[in-house]
Design a protein around this ligand. Structure first.
Ligand code: TZP
Ligand code: MG
Length: 213
């Protein structure tokens, strides 16, 4: 089961990636993607081992960004692959049938390619500008999501689509009706004054509205 809220780690002046993961798990995050960039392999591996143990403690799913071999080595639940990483099909051979494999998409065509390779979920973005990621692809905005999710529906694509990029709790009620499965968030949780309150507001907004007859 793919979570509706993916927490993406970020390093801050006060927190390492692993400490950010800890803080998010303590605040209620049940899915953590360790997103380490530009670090020596040994540092990355050490952070992966720490984050895995934190996630195990809190009963959270631990996903590693970018590196299927390291994901296998540390026993992550899965891997998130960008367009320049190993292909999902190759990663599947390495990781076997039970691990979670997610992939990044910026367009409907990207989604089609990922779905053909049987990813477990797609991260679609960016929703809006964010400083968390360098070399950001063109902003999709609400209209972009609506159009792409409409294409997915017409093509019979049922793979969970996770929106990403500068998303806050207030965006969720607008994004959910486009047909996304959930959202991936870094800053709105890491930098929240009250992370537990931020997560609880997001989670509430992710729930479908009650149906009135
Ligand atoms: N990919 C597209 S936007 C983004 C990634 C990893 C950053 C998400 O972080 P934030 O802080 O929620 O914008
Ligand atoms: Mg990547």
């Amino acid at each position: 089961m793919i979570s509706k809220l993916h927490y993406i780690t970020q390093e801050t002046a006060k927190l390492t990636h692993a400490q950010a993961a800890e803080a998010a798990c303590r605040a209620g995050a049940k899915w953590v993607q360790l997103r380490v960039k530009n670090q020596p392999y040994e540092v990355w591996k050490a952070l992966a081992i720490q984050t895995k143990s934190i996630c195990r403690h809190y009963g959270s799913t631990f996903i590693l960004n970018d590196n299927p071999a390291l994901a296998a080595e540390v026993g992550a639940a899965g891997v998130h692959l960008g367009k320049l990483d190993m292909s999902p099909a190759e990663a599947r051979k390495l990781l076997g049938p039970t691990k979670i494999i997610g992939g990044t998409a910026n367009t409907f065509e990207d989604i089609q390619q990922l779905v053909e390779q049987r990813v477990d979920y797609v991260g679609l973005g960016p929703y809006r500008f964010t400083t968390t990621k360098d070399n950001l692809s063109p902003i999709l905005g609400l209209q972009g999501y609506a159009a792409i999710l409409e294409q997915c529906k017409a093509a019979g694509i049922t793979t969970p689509i996770i929106a990403i990029g500068g998303i806050t709790a207030e965006d969720v009620p607008l994004l959910m009706p486009t047909g996304i499965h959930g959202i991936a968030v870094s800053s709105a949780i890491t930098q929240a004054a009250n992370r537990a309150a931020a997560i609880s507001e997001i989670m509430q907004n992710l729930q479908p509205l009650p149906q009135h007859n």
